[in-house]
Design a protein around this ligand. Structure first.
Ligand code: NAD
Ligand code: WQD
Length: 343
């Protein structure tokens, strides 16, 4: 029987590349669309080296409707789309909100329109725990209400989920799963693919690995006066390969008609919160490398504590994050060492 064909938008990016690998390992054929606005073409070599085969690759901007229409005509029989392509820098989205609304919403609209027109039945969307803001109750469940978005980026995820809901309601042939990621970290154990932040990283773990390798002088720990056991903020850090696997499970679920609803929403986290200082200590323990750090003031817009209630994803999706924090941080470190060797 012919392999199922999945379109992975943003598949040269951090989470998309790991997901392409897991799909291909499970026998799916993958076509990637990426305009390489935040990634490198060489990522495709990493995917090929790990899986032993090449994904199809089309380089263009999904905001370009004509090119996308042409793509749908050429790749006639897509079984599913996983949509990662978006801008994701929270701070930049505050400075340049329209850049974010333009890219994150137009890519989604164009894809949904194309899916309805070309009868592609299954859609997986990269959502974010950012839709919850600072939740009233922890761990946070999928039924917790959206809080006013902290940033235009966060708002694009809230609007996107609503757009998907409305489109699914109006399109009997369309089914979707929205996955709300907590804090994805780490890299593939082969160290052949991983996160490639441009410039100074905003996120904690790339900042730690760049400090460890000597690219940054010291890590600034943003606030130690939160109402948490050690005073630093708490997040739910999830291994990127575990996260990628949840996408494969979601695709299978829809193809095998196991969904309970035509739009389902799942939290992707570990269920365990870790503080910034716990991450620093776990990194030091697993790698043996000391991190130079300094406590500074809180970062504007940061929430105190967020971690997932994973019961629904564990029981209903039949997926669980399995990799331990130290192993994940070691994979981030191995990736950092590998890219600096190449640079
Ligand atoms: P990433 O920037 O590494 O990957 C996104 C990819 O999409 C990049 O390769 C980029 O070149 C491509 N892209 C962007 N706009 C495009 C367009 N218009 N046309 C074609 N390609 C385009 O980001 P990531 O960390 O892999 O995130 C993937 C998705 O997951 C995003 O939607 C992001 O918002 C979401 N998400 C990420 C995190 C996180 O912490 N990394 C957390 C929650 C949700
Ligand atoms: C984690 C913790 C920081 C850097 C962001 C987005 C969110 C989602 C994931 C996409 C916080 C602290 C960080 C540093 C620090 N992305 N920190 N020093 O803020 O939880 O989430 O990425 O959807 O939308 O907002 O992740 O990695 O930036 O920060 O002390 O140099 O580490 O204050 O407590 P965050 P992060």
């Amino acid at each position: 029987m012919k392999n199922k064909l999945v379109l992975v938008t943003g598949g040269a990016g951090y989470i998309g590349s790991h997901t392409a690998v897991e799909l291909m390992n499970e026998g799916y054929d993958v076509v990637i669309i990426d305009n390489l606005s935040n990634s490198e073409k060489s990522v495709l070599n990493g995917i090929a080296e790990i899986t032993g085969r090449n994904p199809y690759f089309e380089q263009f901007d999904i905001c370009d409707k004509k090119k996308l229409e042409n793509f749908f005509r050429v790749y006639k029989k897509l079984d599913a789309i996983i949509h990662f392509a978006a801008y994701k820098a929270v701070g930049e989205s505050v400075e340049k909100p329209l850049k974010y609304y333009q890219n994150n919403l137009n890519t989604l609209m164009n894809l949904l329109e194309g899916m309805v027109k070309h009868e592609v039945p299954h859609f997986v969307f990269s959502s974010s725990a950012t839709v919850y803001g600072q939740p009233d109750e922890l761990p946070v469940t999928e039924t917790a209400p959206f809080k006013p978005a902290d940033s235009p980026y966060g708002n694009t995820k809230q609007i996107a989920e609503e757009m998907i809901r409305d489109t699914v309601n109006a399109s009997p042939g369309l089914q979707a799963i929205s996955l709300r990621y907590f804090n994805p970290i780490g890299a593939h154990p082969s160290a052949l693919i991983g996160e490639l932040p441009r410039g100074v990283p905003n996120n904690l773990v790339p900042f730690i690995t760049q400090t460890a390798i000597g690219l940054r002088e010291e890590l600034k720990v943003f606030g130690d006066d939160y109402n948490t056991p050690d005073g630093t903020a708490i997040r739910d850090y999830i291994n990127v390969v575990d996260l990628a696997k949840a996408h494969v499970v979601s695709i299978k679920r829809m193809i095998e008609h196991k969904s309970k609803d035509r739009l389902e929403i799942f939290n992707l986290g570990t269920g365990k919160g870790s503080s910034v200082m716990e991450i620093v200590k776990a990194f030091e323990k697993s790698t043996g490398v000391k991190i130079n750090y300094k406590i500074v003031g809180r970062r504007t817009g940061d929430v105190e504590s967020v971690y997932a209630d994973t019961k629904y994803a564990n029981n209903e999706l039949g997926w669980k994050a399995e990799t331990g924090l130290e192993e994940t941080l070691l994979s981030a470190w191995n990736w950092e060492k590998n890219i600096r060797k190449k640079a």
